[in-house]
Design a protein around this ligand. Structure first.
Ligand code: AMP
Ligand code: ZN
Length: 474
């Protein structure tokens, strides 16, 4: 590899449909990530959309940038209102459980906290001001107490999703927060209050915000009029991000975001994993099956973010094996008694691997290739260790390369296990479960499995009818 020909850091930009060199005027990256809608526990598909910006953050930092990163929590929208009403709970009571669970899950997945995590309901005044500014600039109209964005006033509408909306009927409106491109119409900024729904009494009427306005208002509050990077799942490109652009640029007249980066979906059995299809797994589900969070982090991080990824338990097991190999390699480097001296060939291997890793990550975060460089290095170095060609003086560069890998992938440290039940009590419950199964009382057997899982214990039924237990990792 020739260092003088190294390519610059570059990302695929949905806006231009090109891979472009990335830099900022002051080495600060103003970045916004669309966060979770807290109406349920986040599923592992959602986490793909959060592990990706985490890897992005870490690589930007490795490349000398400083992060100013904002992520929102959507704690008011159509689905939240529907489900909180059904549950008979206030918005706050309903959403706080899922917000906390999301923050706990992302922490155990080692996702760094963005500099600002911001709640939509705490920014109603900023959203109202944004709607008022759009009104002053002639982008809105009111119908039956709701305020809509008139998309014909923003001729560039469609530039992100690359759709031509010029022929759509002016004045037709859509009230739903989510809709597809065949349904592109004037979208709602502020919804008139409805019986039984939460509302705010404001200068633009009694009501509540539409979904899209929160991201424009909060992004601009914390990051200014112009962002360097905006991330989200690919499904957000239209209408959400298209609407974010129309709102922000409708107010400022300036380009809102330079780089739009979208993560592909995680699928299960080749279908999108989504709450509405019911094919979802949560981090907790994986913990109950004995998988530590770093296995999921590895699996989701190992496939470049723009590639489709189909979730399987075999894939997750392979992730566990890969992490083990790297941990064993690190242990070997720590513990092997090496002969004195430095082998230049081993130094060269570390240098080549390190630059291959950099090249791959600079290439729109090609994590698969970066990992390829890591494993090739591990294989070669293991043979050098076998043959005695790896010396004391080669240790630091090997450990430094591994540390660099882990500063991005962050999987080498094992999750600390915790079991909150005495072993005798666990054995008693396992015996009770076996008896329950014998009399086909599967409900009780499931209950016991769940009770044990709540105490950090995972059960494994063996082929010969026995049950082993081990600590869950979560
Ligand atoms: P939501 O909680 O529905 O607002 O989604 C939060 C984030 O997860 C968004 O960026 C979505 O695009 C993303 N997302 C939803 N489903 C998937 C999936 N199956 N794979 C990857 N990302 C997803
Ligand atoms: Zn958003």
């Amino acid at each position: 590899m020739n260092d003088t020909l190294a390519m610059p850091l570059r990302f695929y930009n949905t806006l231009t449909q090109k891979t472009e060199e990335f830099s900022t005027r002051d080495n600060v990256v103003r970045m916004y990530t669309c966060g979770p809608t807290v109406y349920n526990y986040a599923h592992i598909g959602n986490f793909r959309s959060f592990i990706f910006p985490d890897i992005l953050r870490r690589w930007l930092r490795a490349r000398g940038f400083t992060l100013k990163h904002v992520m929102n929590i959507t704690d008011i929208d159509d689905k939240i209102i529907r489900d909180s009403v059904k549950a008979g709970k206030s918005l706050d009571e309903f959403t706080s459980v899922y917000t906390e669970a999301f923050l706990a899950d992302t922490a155990s997945l080692r996702v760094e906290r963005p500099e600002h995590i911001v709640s939509a309901v705490k920014h109603i005044p900023e959203m109202i001001e944004a709607v008022q500014q759009l009104t002053e600039r002639g982008h809105t109209y009111v119908s039956e107490g709701s305020t809509y964005y008139r998309i014909s006033t923003f001729p560039e509408y469609g530039k992100l999703s690359h759709n031509d909306f010029s022929g759509i009927r002016a004045g037709a409106r859509v009230d739903n927060d989510e809709y597809d491109k065949d349904d592109a119409r004037d979208f709602v900024l502020w919804k008139a209050a409805k019986e039984g729904e939460p509302s705010w009494d404001t200068p633009i009427g009694v009501g509540r915000p539409g979904w899209h306005i929160e991201c424009s208002a909060m992004a601009m509050k914390y990051l200014g009029d112009q962002l360097d990077i905006h991330t989200g799942g690919v499904d957000l490109t239209f209408p959400h991000h298209e609407n974010e652009i129309a709102q922000a640029e409708g107010i400022t007249g300036k380009q809102f975001v330079r780089f739009w980066l979208h993560a592909e979906h995680l699928s299960v059995d080749s279908q999108k994993m989504s709450k509405s299809l019911g094919n979802v797994y949560t981090l907790r589900d994986l913990g109950e099956r004995g998988f530590p969070p770093e296995a999921l982090r590895y699996l989701l991080g190992s496939v470049p973010y723009r590639k489709k990824l189909n979730f399987t338990f075999d894939g997750l097991k392979a992730a566990v094996t890969s992490i083990e190999r790297l941990r064993n390699f690190q242990l070997r480097l720590w513990n092997t008694k090496l002969t004195e001296g430095t082998n230049p060939a081993a130094e060269e291997r570390a240098r080549v691997a390190d630059s291959a890793f950099d090249e791959a990550m600079d290439d729109d975060l090609n994590t698969a290739e970066a990992l390829g460089a890591v494993f090739e290095y591990v294989r070669e170095t293991n043979s050098a260790l076998d043959s005695g060609d790896f010396r004391v003086g080669n240790g630091p560069s090997a450990l430094a390369f591994l540390a660099k890998f882990d500063s991005i992938f962050d999987v080498l440290r094992p999750t600390v296990l915790s079991v909150s039940m005495a072993p005798t009590e666990i054995e008693t419950l396992i015996a009770e479960r076996a008896s329950a199964k014998k009399v086909r009382n599967f409900a009780r057997a499931d209950e016991i499995r769940k009770e044990l899982a709540d105490h950090g214990v995972v059960l494994e039924d063996t082929k010969d009818g026995k049950t082993n237990w081990k600590p869950a990792q979560s």
